[in-house]
Design a protein around this ligand. Structure first.
Ligand SMILES: C[S@@+](CC[C@H](N)C(=O)[O-])C[C@H]1O[C@@H](n2cnc3c(N)ncnc32)[C@H](O)[C@@H]1O
Length: 222
């Protein structure tokens, strides 16, 4: 492995601190407020590829001629990297959910998003209307102290019947994050067994965050 530059080490350290165990949702949002001004720069140069991976997956699943009409919800939207890429490939009707004031201000500046919900997912206070979206995406919103397993119910609730849900996260979080270990993926499977959704694909991808692998789950709500 090559020696990391000072910028790379700073990106690793800031990410480690932001994804620390035991933070409250408000503490996480405050960390992103502080990080927002140099978030994109720190994670540039392919250090963090979740938005790219998510949009590649969506491009494979949604035919080009359907993109301009369908309603999209970008959950944990951050500064809007996913929305910008979605617009580049033809999506026009994109809303966002993002709890951090600092991040949501930058997301608004992109001009890509219609409705912007400044709230958390999975903490029982979600005001996004049910059965609204043809596509719901999360890139990078899962991790220590981030979206809990109960957030999955919110995803299903806001998706329309027949809607797609795409979750992109760091692979190691499935086992390293206590909230998810033996819980998150079994719950995704349970929802399939209960006939809530159907798994379109589960893929492990390289270089999600530096050399760490990512995982992409895609589900079609019934
Ligand atoms: C690593 S960033 C990803 C942002 C963007 N999707 C991207 O890929 O650049 C994680 C985002 O999750 C948001 N977040 C953290 N906890 C959340 C929760 N419970 N519900 C919704 N978003 C949350 C943070 O505010 C932050 O903007």
């Amino acid at each position: 492995m090559e020696k990391k530059t000072a910028e790379e080490l700073a990106a690793l350290e800031t990410t480690r601190q932001t994804f620390s165990k035991g933070l409250t949702p408000e503490q996480v949002a405050a960390k992103y407020d502080d990080w927002s001004s140099n978030y994109e720069e720190m994670l540039s140069n392919n250090r963090y590829r979740a938005p790219h991976i998510a949009v590649d997956e969506i491009a494979n699943l949604v035919p080009e001629d359907q993109r301009k009409n369908i309603r999209v919800m970008d959950v944990a939207a951050g500064t809007g990297l996913v929305g910008i890429k979605l617009r580049e490939i033809g999506f026009k009707n994109i809303d966002a959910l993002e709890p951090s004031e600092g991040m949501i201000q930058l997301l608004k500046d992109t001009g890509v998003y219609n409705l912007k919900y400044q709230e958390f997912l999975g903490h029982g206070k979600n005001t996004v209307p049910a059965d609204t979206y043809d596509l719901v995406v999360i890139a990078g919103g899962m991790g220590h102290s981030h979206i809990p397993v109960s957030g999955v119910d919110d995803l299903v609730r806001v998706a329309k019947p027949g809607g797609l849900i795409v979750i992109v996260m760091r692979l190691e979080f499935l086992t390293a994050v206590e909230e998810y270990r033996d819980k998150l993926e079994p719950y995704l499977d349970q929802l399939e067994q209960r006939g809530v959704w159907h798994k379109e694909s589960r893929k492990i991808v390289p270089n999600y965050f530096f050399e760490k692998e990512g995982i992409v789950f895609s589900y079609r709500v019934k």
